[in-house]
Every structure is written in structure tokens, then in C-alpha cells.
Design a protein around this ligand. Sequence first.
Ligand code: DQA
Length: 153
Amino acid sequence: MEPLSELRKILVIHGPNLNMLGKREPEVYGNVSLDDINAELHETGNRLGFRVDTFQSNHEGAIVDKIQEIMHSHRGLIINPGAYTHTSVAIRDALLLLNIPVVEVHLSNIYKREPFRHHSMVAGVALGQISGLGSDGYILALEFLARRCQSVD
Ligand code: DQA
């Protein structure tokens, strides 16, 4: 395993339907595409001295597999589990395997929307949550994680 100080990688996981950003309910999720968001994350990561890996899947098990995969390789995780936010015990359990800070991000403010979106299965195991700040939420989460990692280096 690489020494901890050399592990300067942060993973961003985008859950189901987030591959359709830009085309999907733009009045709720905005006009920015997932590629645009990922490009900004990579750029910001470079500026902050972190490699940002991005992963999108529409499949719950694939997201669980990805979380398990990064147990020893990444310094932080940003996750927008999409609709699985509200249903997935499996994603919550997988996050409990991690010993790194996890930030939950939502483009929309889930608390202003339908009642079934008000509960997050992930919130109780994440370090924190950003909800309703659009794509800026991902960048803010990345800046936070970079700062947090630097403070424990
Ligand atoms: C979302 C909010 C979820 O309720 C929804 O199912 C999504 C996107 C958000 O980013 O605002 O797919 O996670």
C-alpha cells in the first residue's frame, strides 16, 4: 500500500440518472451536464493538488462495489446517490466500511421537495451534506475535503 501522505486521491460517485444531467428536469437540476461537472472537479482537484476520480452508475450494486474498492486508496469520498439516497441500506452499509470523510451532495434541496426525498439513508453515516447548491455543491465538497486532508497530513 502507498504511504498515507502519497494518497492524494478523492473519488466522486454519481448515482442513477445523473448521467442525464442537462437533459433531465433542467428546472430542478440545471443545464450543466455531468461531463461539465466532472471537468470542473478534475480542474479544481489539480489546483488543490488532488487527483479526482469520478464514477457514475445507475446500478446500486456497482456503487457498492466501487465504495468497497476505494477502502485503502482514497482520502475522501463525495457521493450523490441520486434516488438511492432515500432507499439504499446497501450503500449506507458500504459507506460504513470506509475510514475516510464522506460528503453527501445533492444538486437540489431535497428538503424543499416531495416528503419521500426528505429522508436520506446516507446522511447518518456521512460527515456532512450539501443540498440545494447545484453543481457548486460538488466543488465546495471537494474544497472542504482537500482542506480536511491537508489538516491531518
Ligand atoms: C438528487 C435528489 C434525489 O432525490 C433524486 O432522486 C436525484 C438527484 C439531487 O442531486 O438533487 O436523482 O440526489
